[in-house]
Write a protein that binds this ligand. Structure first.
Ligand code: OOG
Ligand code: NI
Length: 455
C-alpha cells in the first residue's frame, strides 16, 4: 500500500517553496524576513515572560515558519479550483470579508489550517479575494474584463490532475507531493508579460487599479508574504533603515500589555516593468512585503467593542503620521480592558483551559456542583487559562493594506454590498465561521479539564 504525506507536510513544504520563490522575485521581502528574525530574537531576549508564554502555547516553534500571503482572482471557477488546491494542503476557507465598503471591489476569505495541531505545525494562510465585476459600472468594460478572464487558465494541467488524484486517493505520495508543490507554485508566479495591450490595461486601471491587477495577467501572482513579528513598532521603525519604504501607519489596535487581534504594516508596492501584448513597455505596481503581530482572539462582544473604538478613533486619526496616530488610538483604547483576567471575566476574549499540576493531583475528587466556578478554580491554582491567538484577518486593516498599495486616491465606497451567499456559491462551499472555531476550542478544553477533575 502506498503511504501518503500528511496535508500538514505538504503545506509546510509549499509554504517554504512559496517563500523562496517570492524572495527571488522580490528581494526586499528577503530583507524583511531578516529584519523580522532579528527583532523577534531581540524581543524574546528582552521579554522572557513572552518567550515563556509563546512556548507554553506551542507558538515558539511555529514563529520562524509563520507567514501569510494574498492573491486576487477573477472568476468563480478560479476560486472554486483554488479551494480544491488548498484542501490538498489542509487549508480551508475561514471567514468572509466584504471590502467593497472600503472602496475595493472584492470579497474575500482566508484559506488556512483549522485544528490546533495543524496550526502549531505551520499556520500558513492565504487571504484570497474574488473580484466583483458586477460592481464595475461601465458595462462594456465589465464585459471586456469578463471576456479576458474567460480565456485564461491559471492552473497547469498537471496540478489539476494531481488535485483529482489527491481527492480520489485521500492523499499524495512523496513523489506526487513534490510534483504538486512545483506545479501549484506556477499559479502564484509573477509574469512580466501582460495578456492585454497597453490601452486595455490603462482603461481597466482607470476604472480601478485592482481590476487591472486581476484581469491583465496570466495568473494571480502572490502579491505579498507576511512574516509574524513580536514587536511591530520596532520593525516599523527599522524598515526605512533597511531601505524599505514603509506604509505610514500601523493598522489595527494600538500597542498594549495584552495584545489583541492583529496589527499590520507593510513596505509599499514596487513599480515593476511590464511588456504588454502589443509590445509596448509599461509598469505595474502590485507586489509588496508586510508584517503582522498577533494577539488574543476576541469574542463577538470584544470584537464589537474593538469596532466601536476604532470607528470612534477614525476621524481623529485620519491623515496623522504613525506616532500621533498610535497615541490617539491608545487614548481611545483606554476603554478596552488591558488585563488578561479582566478580558476573560468580561467575556471579551477567547481562552483555552488546562489543569495545573495541582489540578491534576486532585483529579477525580470534584463534584458536579463545583463545576461552574471557573474563576475559583483559577484563583485556587488548579486551572489555567491561556489566550487563544487570533488566526484571522480584519477587514478595515485589510482595506488599509489594499489602499496603501493601490495608491491612496481611490477610496470611494461601492454601494451595497456584503454578499456572502454569492461568494459561497462561487467558492462551491460554505466558509467556516471563525468565531465558532475559537468558541469550540474554549469549550472543549474547559470540558476536558472538568472531566479530569470530576474523574
Ligand atoms: C490583500 C490585503 C489583505 C491582510 O493582511 O489584511 C491582507 C491584498 O492586498 O490582496 O493581506
Ligand atoms: Ni496581508
Amino acid at each position: 500500500m502506498a503511504t501518503y504525506l500528511t496535508d500538514d507536510d505538504i503545506r509546510d513544504q509549499f509554504s517554504t517553496a512559496m517563500s523562496a520563490m517570492y524572495q527571488a522575485e522580490v528581494p526586499q521581502y528577503g530583507d524583511l524576513l531578516k529584519l523580522v528574525a532579528e527583532v523577534n530574537q531581540d524581543t524574546l531576549t528582552r521579554q522572557p515572560a513572552l518567550a515563556q508564554q509563546l512556548s507554553a502555547n506551542g507558538e515558539l516553534a511555529r514563529l520562524g515558519v509563520e507567514r501569510h500571503g494574498a492573491i486576487r482572482v477573477g472568476s468563480a471557477d478560479e476560486l472554486a479550483m483554488l479551494r480544491r488546491l488548498f484542501a490538498v494542503m489542509g487549508m480551508y476557507p475561514v471567514g468572509y470579508y466584504d471590502l467593497s465598503t472600503a472602496g475595493v471591489p472584492v470579497h474575500s476569505t482566508a484559506f488556512r489550517p483549522i485544528d490546533k495541531a495543524a496550526l502549531a505545525r505551520n499556520p500558513f494562510r492565504i487571504f484570497t479575494s474574488l473580484l466583483r465585476l458586477e460592481l464595475i459600472e461601465n458595462a462594456s468594460l465589465r464585459e471586456q474584463a469578463a471576456a479576458i478572464l474567460a480565456k485564461r487558465d491559471i492552473f497547469t494541467p498537471r496540478v489539476r490532475a494531481l488535485i483529482s488524484m489527491y481527492e480520489q486517493q485521500g492523499g499524495l505520495t512523496r513523489a506526487q507531493a513534490d510534483e504538486f508543490v512545483v506545479e501549484a507554485l506556477e499559479t502564484f508566479r509573477w509574469h512580466q508579460e501582460a495578456t492585454v495591450d497597453l490601452a486595455t490595461y490603462e482603461a481597466l486601471q482607470h476604472e480601478h487599479r485592482l481590476i487591472a491587477d486581476v484581469v491583465c495577467f496570466r495568473g494571480p501572482h502572490i502579491n505579498h508574504l507576511t512574516p509574524r513579528t513580536l514587536d511591530i513598532d520596532e520593525v516599523q521603525k527599522r524598515m526605512p533603515l533597511g531601505g524599505m519604504d514603509a506604509k505610514e501607519v500601523i493598522e489595527g489596535p494600538p500597542q498594549r500589555q495584552c495584545a489583541i487581534l492583529l496589527r499590520q504594516t507593510s513596505f509599499k508596492a514596487l513599480e515593476e516593468s511590464i511588456c504588454f501584448a502589443d509590445q509596448q513597455q509599461g509598469a505595474h505596481t502590485a507586489r509588496f512585503g508586510e508584517i503582522e503581530q498577533r494577539g488574543v482572539a476576541l469574542t463577538a462582544k470584544g470584537r464589537a467593542l474593538y469596532d466601536e473604538l476604532l470607528a470612534k478613533a477614525r476621524q481623529q486619526i485620519e491623515g496623522q503620521e504613525n506616532l500621533a496616530h498610535q497615541q490617539k488610538l491608545a487614548e481611545i483604547f483606554g476603554d478596552f480592558p488591558d488585563d488578561e483576567t479582566e478580558l476573560r471575566r468580561k467575556g471579551l476574549a477567547f481562552f483555552e483551559y488546562s489543569l495545573t499540576e495541582a489540578g491534576n493531583a486532585v483529579s477525580g475528587t470534584y463534584e458536579q456542583l463545583e463545576l461552574h466556578d471557573k474563576e475559583t478554580l483559577i484563583a485556587n491554582g488548579l486551572l489555567v487559562a491561556t489566550p487563544l491567538t487570533y488566526e484571522d484577518f480584519l477587514p478595515v486593516s485589510a482595506a488599509g493594506i489594499f489602499q496603501s498599495n493601490l495608491g491612496e486616491s481611490q477610496t470611494q465606497a461601492y454601494q451595497g454590498n456584503a454578499n456572502k451567499a454569492e461568494f459561497e456559491h462561487a467558492l462551491g462551499a460554505r466558509v467556516v465561521d471563525e468565531l465558532a472555531l475559537y468558541a469550540e476550542q474554549e469549550r472543549l478544553t474547559y470540558q476536558q479539564s472538568m472531566q479530569v477533575l470530576m474523574g
